[in-house]
Write a protein that binds this ligand. Sequence first.
Ligand SMILES: C[S@@+](CC[C@H](N)C(=O)[O-])C[C@H]1O[C@@H](n2cnc3c(N)ncnc32)[C@H](O)[C@@H]1O
Length: 264
Amino acid sequence: MRDNYALDAELYDIVYADYQDDLEFYVQEATAVGGPCLELGCGSGRVLLPVARAGVKVTGLDVSKPMLARARRKVAALPDDLRANVTLGEGDMRSFKLDEQFALVYIPFRAFLHLMQVPDQITTLGNIHRHLRPGGRLALNFFDPSLEYIVAHSGPIGGALHTTGETFVDPRTEHLLVEWATIHYTEHLQRIDQYFVYDEVDQRGRVVGRLYRNLQLRYIFRWEFEHLLARCGFELVALYGTFDRQPFMQAGQELIWLAQKRGN
Ligand SMILES: C[S@@+](CC[C@H](N)C(=O)[O-])C[C@H]1O[C@@H](n2cnc3c(N)ncnc32)[C@H](O)[C@@H]1O
């Protein structure tokens, strides 16, 4: 599997430094079960750190070495008692094997969409099932695919490079990063290929560099995932459309899933 995050894990932290919409939700889920919790695709620890700071025992797995290296540095800065609760490791959500069963497995920020084939999705859900205690919970979120957006971005013109309106300051240089993006949907594969380009602009307004980040995702429709959950031994507990737990009510909201392990 290619590492979408190898190019610049540091850039990931710059771009998502202020993104906090989901933190309270995942911390609440983790504290409700009290641990032990497992985060799949923990990345650089954006969600894992707040869960650990809440005093919950948590294990984080990721396939990306650079992302894990950043998570390790952040965990190292935690007070001793909290740090002792955290385990980090390299692991693919499809194939990891741990000698532990968890009360909660969670997959924030759409990481499940990195599974590009249906067999990957089924293998992952089966693997999660095996690593959950009886009655254990699964929490994850991803976007509800917008048909309008897919149609607009399926042809050659749809993929045109455009500014996203987002800018960031690179703390390493104080340079401005101006974000551009190109996105292309391949409908029959439910595949998204996305490139982000960051123009690095110095204090005198000169473009002094360009950074690239690319992503491949497989989008999933609402009912498709309900069937996947049922097929893989999960019972749906709730489907929210917002992180403050309003029910999923309209197309285009986030799909925020809470499910429970059925049987063993
Ligand atoms: C969008 S980031 C989310 C990181 C972190 N959970 C957060 O919320 O900021 C997705 C993460 O999933 C990881 N990932 C992708 N495919 C994976 C797989 N098959 N198994 C484990 N991690 C994977 C990526 O390396 C990346 O760190």
